[in-house]
Design a protein around this ligand. Structure first.
Ligand code: COA
Length: 391
């Protein structure tokens, strides 16, 4: 069972012997949460703190957290029971069902207490000192040591990028371009870096029809990729786990890519009836040569971190156990470099390519708008949601 549940938690490895009922309750900028019930804000904070756990909990703990989250956000379990052979979903379902008529308020409380106890057992929360910018719902944005960090923060959905999240990332990049920091860093909360475009973006068909939806999607994508092309400061990806789709393709527009040895890089466009984006149709052949780029962009080849590094997509790979410590100490050092020097050097490097990149972005978007209305794409998305087919 650890196989699927485990992936959600690879980052959050915790001791198996914890007992929640007796564990201390960590309050999130509040006091006596048990007495008064937690607010939605405290619940959100607990959800965000989940990604700060360093050790992996046992499966029973993972299931408990999953169940409490579902109960808190959706109420008692009323979905059909998965088949006996669908072990993972059956275990998740059983755990959720076992909460019976626990109210969402009680579930929120228990969820916060549980996350608090796990953090406390690790010796306290090690969140960076600077407060996260709370104006974003899908991101955590913090500034410390002249480094702005944008954390994709939908760990339960493997940081899949919703339309809201695309807009928030564009806004966060605009903000980071103007702030005092010398460099900007992207990373993901939880065990995944990002699972790519949230496929539910395709399932909410508006009244004005699929063509219009595709056009709007295209404009959003164009703006999103443009934000990376035009970003003036050094942009660093801290790839903390598997990366899929657009989170991989835009890496060609980053200035440094650091990866844990647990990361993988996958652009399964053909499998999804789609085509390349994020300027990867230009940057990937340039970075790794057409022969290797074709394997990824046409034939869905998933790269390990070591392979991606050999091909030049990744700057350096670190063992997972020391990844965070090594990378952040390096980034802290980069934050001390003279910011204008970094800005000007990046401009010199990027400026010879900027026009070309915008043209590539336009062409990729145009093709994707057509793809999104194709049967090939429609069938692939339906298959994901109906059969829960995984990559
Ligand atoms: N879009 C929408 N939902 C996604 C998603 C995506 N890209 N990636 C993950 N999720 C959701 C899952 O549906 C699941 O939701 P649920 O808990 O409500 O059932 C949750 O995130 C956790 O994912 P799960 O599939 O249980 O985790 P896993 O470790 O077994 O598998 C993936 C992870 C990424 C391999 C698998 O979710 C997947 O194949 N996702 C689709 C990725 C994709 O096609 N991206 C687009 C690329 S262009």
């Amino acid at each position: 069972m650890a196989l699927k549940l485990g992936s959600w938690w690879r980052l959050v490895k915790l001791s198996r012997s914890l007992r929640f009922s007796s564990a201390p309750c960590l309050t999130f900028h509040t006091t006596a949460s048990s007495m008064m019930g937690v607010t939605m804000e405290q619940f959100e904070q607990a959800k965000n703190k989940l990604s700060h756990l360093k050790k992996e909990p046992g499966n029973d703990v993972k299931l408990k957290i999953y169940a409490l989250f579902k109960q808190a956000t959706q109420g008692p379990c009323d979905t059909p029971k998965p088949s006996m052979l669908d072990f993972v979903n059956k275990a998740k379902w059983d755990s959720w069902k076992s909460l019976g008529s626990t109210t969402p308020e009680e579930a929120r409380q228990q969820y916060c207490d549980l996350i608090g106890s796990l953090l406390a057992a690790e010796g306290g929360d090690s969140t960076p000192a600077s407060p996260a910018d709370s104006s974003y719902e899908t991101l955590l944005v913090s500034r410390e040591d002249n480094v702005t960090t944008i954390t994709l923060n939908r760990p339960l959905k493997k940081n899949a990028i919703t339309n809201q999240m695309y807009n928030e990332i564009i806004a966060a990049l605009e903000e980071a371009a103007k702030d005092e920091s010398a460099i900007t860093v992207f990373t993901g909360a939880g065990d995944f870096y990002c699972s790519g475009n949230d496929l539910t973006n395709f399932t909410k068909i508006p009244e004005d029809g699929i063509q219009e939806m595709a056009k709007r999607g295209g404009e959003l994508l164009r703006k999103y990729v443009k934000a990376y092309i035009d970003f003036p400061k050094p942009l660093v990806a801290v790839v903390n786990g598997p990366a899929v789709g657009i989170s991989v393709t835009v890496l060609g527009l980053f200035d440094l890519v650091y990866a844990t040895d647990r990361a993988t890089f996958h652009t399964p466009f053909s499998q999804l009836g789609q085509t390349a984006e994020g300027c990867s149709s230009y940057t990937f052949p340039k970075i790794m040569g057409p022969a290797k780029a074709n394997e990824m962009l046409l034939f869905n080849k998933k790269l390990t971190a070591a392979q991606a590094c050999d091909l030049g997509l990744v700057t350096e790979v670190f063992p997972d156990s020391s990844f965070q410590a090594e990378v952040w100490s390096r980034l802290k050092g980069y934050g001390k470099l003279p910011p204008n020097c970094l800005l000007f050097s990046k401009r010199l490097i990027r400026s010879t390519e900027t026009e070309r990149l915008h043209a590539v972005n336009d062409a990729e978007v145009e093709r994707l708008v057509e793809r999104w209305t194709s049967d090939e794409c429609f069938n692939a998305i339906m298959s994901f949601f109906q059969n829960k087919s995984k990559l």
